[in-house]
Design a protein around this ligand. Structure first.
Ligand code: TMP
Length: 178
């Protein structure tokens, strides 16, 4: 380089069922990249710090009633509201390690029975990840882990349906880790 930032950061997405270990692996990856001297940030979706994120968080943690389509669009809007910041960070050379992204959005909503193409539509135009890492775990295994069952979607039967939807979305570019 000539002093300018001439290298875009990478958008690295980790996906998987609840309690698959994503959050742990995200922070390990961030530490590893930091150790290499790379500018890197840990991100996660939903980002519960925004107004939309707060609505999502209350939907997940208490019994606030929202219909499935509305919730789907809120999760998507939560990614859209961070899109411009994401683009700036990447342009400035910061690598982003993101805990959940559009694939969670589509899989969790499609698992409720919403049409998968309808679910994909609002994700069009968000920044495409450079790498998707899928942490593959049996739902039964995840259910044994601490804290399971606290939030709305942490139910064994539902997680099985989510896993099925992830498998529909998964393609050969994904890195699947067992
Ligand atoms: P978290 O536990 O990673 O914070 O995610 C909260 C829950 O929200 C988790 O069960 C996955 C679900 N989710 C969706 O349903 N749609 C989405 O777009 C995202 C990002 C997460």
């Amino acid at each position: 380089g000539n002093g300018h930032v001439d290298k875009r950061g990478a958008l690295i997405v980790l996906e998987g069922l609840d309690r698959c270990g994503k959050t742990t692996q995200c922070s390990r990856l961030v530490s590893f990249l930091e150790g290499k001297g790379l500018p890197v940030e840990a991100w996660r979706f939903p980002d519960r710090s925004t107004n939309i994120g707060k609505i999502i968080s209350s939907y997940l943690t208490d019994n606030s009633q929202l219909d499935d389509q509305t919730v789907h669009l809120l999760f998507s809007a939560n990614r859209w509201e961070k899109r411009w910041l994401m683009e700036n960070k990447l342009r400035n050379g910061t690598t982003l390690v993101v805990d959940r992204y559009s694939y969670s959005g589509v899989s969790f909503s499609a698992a409720k029975g919403l049409d998968i193409e309808w679910c994909k539509a609002p994700e069009q135009g968000l920044i495409a990840p450079d790498i998707v890492v899928y942490l593959d775990i049996f739902p039964e295994e995840a259910a044994k882990r601490g804290g399971y069952g606290i939030e709305r979607y942490e139910q064994l039967e539902f997680q099985g349906k989510v896993a099925h939807c992830y498998k529909i979305l998964c393609n050969s570019s994904w890195k699947v880790l067992f």
